[in-house]
Design a protein around this ligand. Structure first.
Ligand SMILES: [Zn+2]
Length: 351
């Protein structure tokens, strides 16, 4: 699992010389990550990318990592390696990223941050009157992250109230630096209500209850339960986002709907947040001179030069938006609208 602390570590990692290899690979049914990796390395030497003898060990350990089996829900990989300065962080991602290899003084974080922004971090508290366990869930992965027993809480007094108080303190301790967006509470009544009251008084995470989850549930059971919950949470969040965007567009506000309008807004540097239905693909054109993306025109609408076919203009557009620092939201669920919105953008307010 990619912990919040891993992201914080990568964000601040910097080397005095160009030593950090950043690799991104899409993992699709038909693709072999190691074959794509070798192609990227070959292309890198053609592009005279600063991959020297000092990166050989990085490339070798990436190659052996890519030979390991991947979980079935893994759709992308990001790997950061600087053997010389002690960095090794492979990340399995639940959304695709575009194949890319680069070397620099810092990890290239844009694609990872963009994928991570699609997922909320959940802390799960599984309690009964004798003990509590804590599990973290993020991007389809779940891991135990501590626990406590009623006996350990005896310093706070005896009885249920003392246990609740100690459990609340333990949750606060374990959640430090974990950046949980939501806390899911699983406990039998009346403990559930007491714990909810105690945790609600704490920091501002959103609190949900799941009385159906047992305190000794296996981590794999917790993961499946959280996957389901994450699906509901996301479905309602996406529906709200698109509804607001459509209202803005209808009212003549800063929003555009449809691939052609969004591409043109992106080329003019006007996009703030890009919304794309996951899996949507279209062929398009790329200008060989200024690099503008378009849908069908044989000549560039911006500079008049000839354009070449790009296999999937939607992925090119997403990558460009990430590179320019725009927000990207992949819509993983069918929206409530018919026809569904497949591409839309919130624009920067005119200055
Ligand atoms: Zn052009």
């Amino acid at each position: 699992m990619i912990a919040a602390s891993h992201i914080a570590e990568l964000m601040t990692f910097e080397t005095p010389v160009s030593s950090v290899v950043s690799l991104f690979l899409e993992v699709a049914d038909h693709s072999l990550p190691s074959r794509s990796f070798r192609r990227l390395v070959a292309e890198a030497s053609e592009r005279k990318l600063a991959l020297g003898a000092e990166h050989e060990e990085d490339l070798a350990r990436i190659e052996s990592f890519l030979a390991e089996p991947l979980p079935s829900d893994c759709r992308g990989l990001a790997v950061f390696s600087s053997r010389r300065f002690g960095l090794w962080r492979p990340c399995k991602l639940s959304l695709p990223v575009r194949d890319r290899l680069s070397v620099g003084t810092r990890p290239r974080m844009g694609p990872v941050l963009s994928v991570a922004s699609h997922f909320q971090r959940y802390g799960v508290v599984l309690a009964d009157a004798a003990k509590a366990r804590f599990v973290e869930y993020f991007m389809g992965r779940a891991a135990e992250c501590g626990g406590m027993t009623a006996r350990e809480s005896s310093s706070a007094g005896s009885g249920l109230q003392a246990f609740v108080k100690a459990c609340g303190r333990a949750v606060e301790r374990v959640s430090v630096g974990r950046l949980w967006d939501r806390v899911v509470l699983a406990a039998p009544p009346p403990l559930l209500g007491l714990l909810a009251g105690r945790l609600r008084a704490g920091p501002t995470q959103i609190l949900d209850a799941d009385p159906g989850l047992l305190s000794d549930a296996d981590v794999s059971v917790v993961r499946e339960r959280l996957r389901e919950r994450e699906g509901w949470d996301r479905r309602s969040r996406e529906a709200g986002q698109i509804e607001r965007l459509l209202q803005t567009a209808v009212a003549g506000g800063p929003a555009v709907i449809g691939l052609s309008a969004v591409l043109s807004a992106l080329e003019r540097g006007m996009v703030r947040i890009l919304f794309v239905r996951d899996g949507f693909a279209r062929m398009g054109r790329l200008c060989g001179s200024c690099g503008a993306l378009s849908l069908t025109s044989g000549r560039c609408l911006a500079c008049g030069h000839p354009t070449a076919v790009v296999f999937n203009v939607v992925e090119e557009m997403i990558q460009r938006a990430i590179d320019r620092g725009c927000g990207v939201v992949r819509l993983l669920h069918q929206g409530p609208l018919d026809p569904p919105v497949r591409v839309a953008a919130e624009l920067a307010a005119p200055s």
